[in-house]
Design a binder for this molecule. Structure first.
Ligand SMILES: [Fe+2]
Length: 233
């Protein structure tokens, strides 16, 4: 597995999060050793990859696992509205389930922190999309499109996202879909350090982010999709 993470040079990355990355690798390694039979299957059958890696997420952080499952339902529903079907939809599903798997490489004292994150904490946390992509890439059967979708799920339409600072249509469509589902679920879930936004408040946040953080057309579609449970005016 490469130790180059996106635009972050090896030494820089290691000085930021060598410990967390090692945690991730050692966690994954012990998981594979303890699930050797499953891992062998994974090499032969790509469908087992999510199964193995979601066990890893669940073991590290129960919230992230539940979040990933909810995000998958939302992302798949939105993708269907856009016209995704067949393999394209299956790929989006796998990418959604695994988008945050890199968080197994984030130290628990940051990932599970109940207080406000420091700038340094945020720097480490922002490594997770690239870590997710690197981990998934390790399973050579996973198609490049899935890896790309996962890598870019925190990009923003205005180019101020990470890790690639991609802009607009340069961000894969599946990543733009995932970003909306991800943000919606993050906003509407209770966290130890803040209460959940109401659906109405979260809808407003999405609208405010149109063309800045989120794809305008996708936000409109998403809000229509869930309008039966929304009262955003
Ligand atoms: Fe994420």
């Amino acid at each position: 597995m490469s130790l180059e993470i996106g635009s972050i040079k090896k030494n820089e990355m290691l000085s930021l999060a060598d410990e967390s990355f090692c945690y991730g690798l050692s966690g994954l390694t012990s998981l594979i050793i303890n699930n050797q039979e499953k891992f062998d299957k994974a090499q032969a059958c790509c469908s087992t990859v999510p199964e193995i890696l979601t066990v890893a997420i669940e073991a590290k952080d129960h919230y992230t696992h539940k979040h990933s499952v909810r995000v998958t339902s939302l992302a798949v529903a939105l993708a269907e509205c856009v016209g995704f079907q067949g393999q394209e939809l299956e790929d989006l599903k796998m990418a959604s389930l695994l988008h945050d798997v890199g968080k197994i490489g984030i130290p628990s004292e940051i990932l599970l922190k109940r207080d406000k994150l420091t700038d340094e904490d945020r720097k480490v946390l922002r490594l997770h999309p690239t870590m997710s992509a690197e981990i998934i890439e390790y399973f050579q059967c996973v198609p490049d499109d899935i890896i790309k979708t996962v890598r870019h799920h925190h990009e923003r339409i205005d180019g101020e996202g990470y890790p690639g600072k991609l802009k607009g249509a340069d961000i894969p469509l599946a990543s733009r879909i995932l970003a909306i589902a991800d943000s919606w679920d993050a906003m509407t879930a209770d966290r130890p350090y803040r209460r959940a936004l109401t659906k109405s408040e979260a809808g407003r946040e999405l609208r405010d982010g149109k063309g800045i953080q989120f794809d305008e057309m996708l936000v409109d579609l998403f809000l229509v999709m869930i309008s039966s449970s929304l009262s955003v005016h």
